[in-house]
Each structure stands twice: as structure tokens, then as C-alpha cells.
Ligand binder design. Structure first.
Ligand code: HEM
Length: 151
């Protein structure tokens, strides 16, 4: 190994490999250990409760209720709960449909998207989640605006 490392090219390749290995490890650690938002939401049981409150708030919201008339609410709740759990660093895996695919053709506007986000904030408030934590969940949903909004 020592004699091999004397060759400049081998030394360079070795250094690059070491840097890559270190950054992969750092990345794996940052994604697998930061479950602080998940814990602050009350872990999976807390998220289930928030989603359970979220659905009737959506269904009472004149701005967006019509979208959900034909929806299987039980399935929606289970999918949302897994999705929020995974997004906030919890030990779940969202196995539902792709966000663009599921909302395609619904003609969802930014105003509809914001209304739904507002309803989620209300559900979290109802469950005594601090605004700094609820803002963090909403921030994690922000990148979905582009694939969901089509109007
Ligand atoms: C960040 C925002 C949103 C997230 C994270 C989200 C997430 C989801 C998820 C996980 C599902 C279930 C997918 C499945 O069944 O596999 C779903 C379905 C659905 N979403 Fe959204 N959604 C968002 C915004 C919206 C908005 C703004 C509307 C309309 C105002 C909407 C209307 C619907 C409807 C109607 C369904 C049910 C479709 C069906 O019956 O198959 N979503 N959404």
C-alpha cells in the first residue's frame, strides 16, 4: 500500500475516494438521525391524530372541499400520515402515488394549495404544535407545490 501511494495518480484517486466516502457517511447520518420534527409532532401517533383532525377541516373548507367528494378518506388519511412521517424523519415509508400523477388534471391552483396548507396549520394548532414546528412541516411540503399545482 505504501509503495502504491507513492504514485501521484494513485494518491489522487485514493484522496478522492476518501472524500467521497466521508461525504456519503455525513449525508447518511444527517438524514437518518434528524427526526426532531417527527418527534415534536408526537411521533407516528401524533401525526395520525393531526391527520385525523386535518381531513374534516378540509371537508368543511368551501375553497377546496369539492375536490374530495369522491375520495376514499381512510386511504387519504393513511397515505398523508405515512408521507408526513417520512418527510419529517420518522421511520415510515410513503407507498402512495407520485404527487404529480395523483393531482394531474385536477386543475389545482396556488390558492387551493395554500388553502390546504392553511388547513394543515389549523389541524396542528388544534394539537398544540408550536408554530415553529408546524412551519417546518409546511416548509417540507413547499417543493410539492410545483408538481401539484396545474392552474
Ligand atoms: C402539499 C400539498 C399536498 C400534499 C402533500 C398532498 C398529498 C396527497 C396524498 C399523499 C394523496 C394520496 C395519494 C394516494 O392515494 O396514493 C393525495 C390525494 C389527493 N389530493 Fe392531495 N396533496 C396536496 C395538495 C392537494 C390539494 C391542494 C388538493 C386540492 C385542493 C388535493 C387534492 C387531492 C385529492 C382530491 C386526492 C384524492 C385523489 C383520489 O381520490 O384518488 N391535494 N394528496
Amino acid at each position: 500500500m505504501k509503495t502504491l501511494l507513492k504514485t501521484p495518480l494513485i494518491r489522487l484517486i485514493f484522496s478522492i475516494a476518501m472524500i467521497a466516502a466521508t461525504s456519503v457517511t455525513a449525508q447518511a447520518q444527517s438524514t437518518s438521525t434528524d427526526d426532531s420534527v417527527f418527534q415534536s409532532l408526537g411521533a407516528k401517533a401524533g401525526i395520525d391524530k393531526i391527520v385525523e383532525d386535518f381531513i374534516p377541516i378540509i371537508l368543511a373548507d368551501q375553497r377546496i372541499k369539492r375536490f374530495f367528494e369522491q375520495t376514499d378518506k381512510k386511504r387519504l388519511a393513511a397515505q398523508l400520515s405515512d408521507q408526513f412521517c417520512e418527510l419529517t424523519g420518522g421511520p415510515c415509508q410513503y407507498k402512495g402515488k407520485d404527487m404529480h400523477e395523483v393531482h394531474e388534471g385536477m386543475n389545482i391552483s396556488n390558492a387551493h394549495f395554500n388553502a390546504l396548507a392553511e388547513d394543515l396549520q389549523i389541524a396542528m394548532e388544534k394539537n398544540n404544535i408550536s408554530s415553529s414546528i408546524s412551519n417546518k412541516l409546511v416548509a417540507k411540503l413547499a417543493p410539492m407545490q410545483r408538481p401539484i399545482v396545474s392552474k
